[in-house]
Design a protein around this ligand. Structure first.
Ligand code: FE2
Length: 590
């Protein structure tokens, strides 16, 4: 074995989306694997110790914990203030509460372990996956999420950053709406929520931080409390916004003064608003598209755009940079990303814009591994740009053979056969190679169908996805043909930038045209996912459009399938009509 450098990055609980990533440099080449615990444990948004993810990452390179050069981890709600990362006595650290944590770090007793700041790792996940470090020019990095690390006195340990509303105001009327907002407001301002960093070469430095309840918590409050969608469902609010009137009289814009500086303390304002006796309606069983709730979503989306655009402009000003990287959960808002694209990139205010595909906390482990490699070990091998299919190789091993064991057949004419099925209105599970990293299915673990029939959206919901009827499904198209049906003359490889379906195409692809005419497009190149690229070409040759509906390969509420076995199980337990694993195909009898 040649010279090696290996860093394991971890996102630990009790926060959501625990996971692991490993970067391994051998003979000057950098390879990477990253996987969320939920994909392997099959518990969505897992908060447990990521033991399965760690095993999968170590297994990818045949490593044991004590062969690692560093372990870098992030642990939600633990204080971190004066330093951004710090070596800790991994094996003997007093703060481990979970026996599995203790056991893992004991197994890596000889490996230096580092505890690192949440927003720093989001920033690292964006910076180090571009090639921007190569030329020494600065880049702005914007991080916006619900909340990151506790901003304390630099001592590690559990933070106590929240007061409940009742603690703050014992005289409160105890109204449910007020009580519900308690966890969305940071009264003592000890948690990072919005940060601007500057990257230059391999270094990443923080320029500004907000410790107020920013736009991420506002959107989470709207999603959870007003719209009643529950925790971690901001995507539903974004989808619902298309049904509402953002200028509705029911909801006032936030005052302009709030959009000044790094803070945008929107929840602080909501809190005062409620204390003044103004209240909201809170959805229980009503249809979400009821005008009140649809308007609320549209209002929230509009105010989010104001905040994100203000912060993006500020990031550019504060850093003097001409390129912008974006991470943190709010960076999954495709409508905001489109506005940044149009207002900053298209107008020449910046030259480049990149959103980390695993922008949510699912990307922290990757950020940790990359930070460890580049910033702690000072590694220099470049990360291969545009890598997103980072799942463990083993998940897809023998995919075709396994499907054959379950009655599938290897197909010489796979593309033609699958195109026949799709144009016949069939729903096809599509499993190819390593899984995509992050929350969106990008053609490695997808369910595909033909978006032409106007009944297709209801059909796929009734038979497989069981999602709320108002939520859109996403289109997928060959990159060079994207601008025919969509207002996109640029690649959208990670489904992170919103597009509009051109007027004359809306009736031709109704199942992927949202209520406002938008489509959350993914563009596919011949190099990223060649088989899918060919399939889209075949569809185009037959229907003259070449767009498919692409949705994540899972049932509602489940994590996306990871292994071939998961895919076969999901195929068998739902009404998916056919399943493709590598070059093998199985079709359910009529
Ligand atoms: Fe985060």
């Amino acid at each position: 074995m040649g010279k090696m450098k290996a860093v394991l990055g971890l996102r630990l609980g009790p926060g959501h989306d625990t996971g692991a990533a490993l970067v391994c440099e051998r003979d000057g080449e950098l390879r990477c694997v990253a996987i969320a615990q939920e994909r392997l444990s099959r518990q969505k948004n897992s908060r447990e110790f990521p033991e399965h993810a760690i095993q999968a990452c170590l297994g990818e390179f045949g490593l044991e914990p004590d062969q690692l050069d560093a372990v870098v981890f992030e642990k939600t709600n633990w204080a971190y203030g004066s330093k951004w990362y710090e070596q800790v006595p991994g094996a003997h650290w007093e703060h481990w509460t979970d026996p599995k944590e203790r056991a893992f770090f004991a197994s890596a007793a000889e490996t230096p372990c580092y505890f690192a700041n949440h927003h720093l790792l989001h920033a690292a996940s964006a910076w180090h996956t571009t090639d921007w470090a190569m030329d020494g020019e600065p880049g702005a990095l914007l991080v916006i999420d619900g909340r990151g690390s506790t901003w304390g006195d630099g001592k590690t340990g559990p933070g106590g950053q929240f007061h409940t509303f009742r603690e703050m105001d014992a005289e409160s009327t105890g109204e449910q709406s007020l009580e519900k907002i308690w966890k969305m407001v940071l009264f003592d301002h000890r948690v990072e929520t919005q940060s601007i960093f500057v990257g230059r070469g391999r270094t990443i430095e923080r320029k500004e931080v907000s410790l107020c309840s920013g736009v991420g918590l506002f959107y989470a409050w709207l999603t959870e409390c007003v719209l009643g969608f529950g925790h971690m469902h901001a995507g539903k609010t974004m989808g619902l916004a298309a049904y509402g009137q953002s200028q509705s009289d029911l909801f006032e814009p936030f005052p302009d003064e709030l959009f000044d500086g790094i803070d945008t303390d929107l929840m602080g304002y909501i809190y005062e608003h409620l204390r003044a006796g103004k209240d909201f309606r809170y959805r229980t069983n009503e249809d979400p598209t009821d005008p009140y709730f649809a308007d609320a979503a549209a209002w929230g989306q509009r105010e989010l755009l104001r905040a994100v655009m203000h912060l993006a402009r500020r990031a550019i000003e504060q850093t003097g940079a001409r390129r912008l990287g974006f991470a943190g959960g709010v960076a999954l808002n495709v409508v905001a990303n489109r506005q940044i694209h149009d207002e900053l990139l298209d107008t020449g205010k910046i030259d480049d814009f990149f959103v980390q595909p695993a922008a949510s906390d699912a990307g922290l482990a990757l950020g940790a591994a990359l930070f460890g490699y580049y910033n702690i070990l000072e590694g220099i091998a470049p990360f291969q740009k545009n890598q997103v299919y980072l799942g463990p190789t083993r998940s897809a091993q023998d995919a075709a053979a396994l499907l054959v064991e379950h009655g599938g057949k290897r197909e010489q004419e796979l593309i033609e056969r699958v195109a026949d099925l799709l144009l016949d209105g069939k729903i096809v599970g599509w499993f190819q190679g390593r899984s995509e990293h992050g929350p969106r299915a990008l053609g490695a673990r997808s369910i595909l169908c033909w978006p032409r029939p106007d009944w297709m959206k209801d059909h796929i919901n009734a038979r497989v996805k069981h999602r709320e009827a108002f939520r859109p499904f996403a289109p997928i198209v060959q990159e060079e043909h994207a601008s025919e049906a969509f207002d996109a003359d640029f690649a959208v490889p990670y489904m992170l930038v919103n597009t509009m379906v051109r007027e004359q195409y809306r009736e031709r692809i109704p199942a992927v045209t949202h209520a406002d005419g938008s489509g959350r497009l993914q563009t596919v190149s011949s190099t990223s996912t060649p088989l899918l690229y060919d399939l889209l070409g075949e569809i185009r040759a037959r229907d003259g459009v070449g767009v498919l509906l692409n949705t994540s390969f899972n049932d509602n509420g489940e994590p996306i399938v990871e292994t071939v076995e998961d895919a076969i199980r999901c195929f068998q337990s739902t009404n998916i009509d056919a399943l493709v694993c590598s070059d093998a195909l199985i079709v359910k009898p009529e």
